[in-house]
Ligand binder design. Sequence first.
Ligand SMILES: Nc1ncnc2c1ncn2[C@@H]1O[C@H](COP(=O)(O)OP(=O)(O)OP(=O)(O)O)[C@@H](O)[C@H]1O
Length: 337
Amino acid sequence: MRKQPALIEADGLSVAVPGRGLPFLRGAPLSILAEVSLAVRPGEIVCLIGESGSGKTTFGRALLGLVRPSSGSIAVDGVALPDFSARSFRALRRQAALLFQDPVSSFNPRQRIGAMMAEPRHIAGVGSTRLADIVALAGQVGLAERFLARFPHALSGGQARRAAVARALSVTPRLIVADEPTAGLDVSVQGGVLNLFLDIREQHDTAFLLITHNLSVVRHIADRIVILYLGRVVESGRAGDVLRSPRHPYTRALLDSEPVPDPARRRAEPPVIGEVPSIARRPTGCEFHTRCPRAQPRCRSEAPVLLDEPGERQVACHFPLPEAVNIPAPGRRMAQS
Ligand SMILES: Nc1ncnc2c1ncn2[C@@H]1O[C@H](COP(=O)(O)OP(=O)(O)OP(=O)(O)O)[C@@H](O)[C@H]1O
């Protein structure tokens, strides 16, 4: 992908909450995100992945000011927000939309779908709220006109997701942050939602930050991947490169956790052991060392730095995996049945 200035860029973004009631912290704040740097370029699809509790949702919310960052900076089109006040984020949120993990819970149960789609246009005072234009908006996401008169509970999971995307699109955002956009959907419906994202990107040059732990989503849609472990970036890079040849043992473990029918692609590395540690009791040194099959004494005492490698790759590991060969690159569009 050609190098472009970032639409949005977080630099060293951290989120901490008061650590009251956690004896191990002895009054120190609980660090949820630790100095996460991540950029999304116009029209780019970046997937943020990691196990449950790795801080993906917190990052997506912090980027849009729904969770207050404790330090770091956020820049839009290369211009840093002056601070993390509601006023600074208000300007950013005019250009961005968040798709919540559970769309129906973000809908007003007593508001009809058509009114819900039109609402952002009312609030922002931009765009038409005429019925014909709301019908056209629904058409963009593949929802027929008859759904506009319905209430949220009368929609299926896939229809609700499409309605949420239509609402997000109603003010043509430059960035959509989508939190687990395919969770709870049948595989065929998942494919429809992902293909819709690709179409939206093609038509409007919309960028996406997709938060997911579904690797099939990542394989089909990501331009770039960022991997979080305990709220820290451990690896990032172009999707094809990372999927073909993960360098961090944690990335390798995530990819190995996917069921693989082809014996030629089965695990070459020993598996990752044990449970993810609590963010309230972070391991010393490399925070992954307690589970890492490649850990050496140095990993227990010295935290690795996230280093730039050629080809837009970054890895934070003292003993990264060597480049792999002969693993097919990911496809693009997901088949729909
Ligand atoms: N306000 C808060 N106070 C205390 N801990 C919090 C708070 N918000 C988040 N956490 C903790 O921070 C960690 C990261 O949470 P987050 O929801 O961002 O992770 P995630 O990667 O999105 O997980 P999932 O995939 O399960 O949604 C979790 O351990 C969570 O319990």
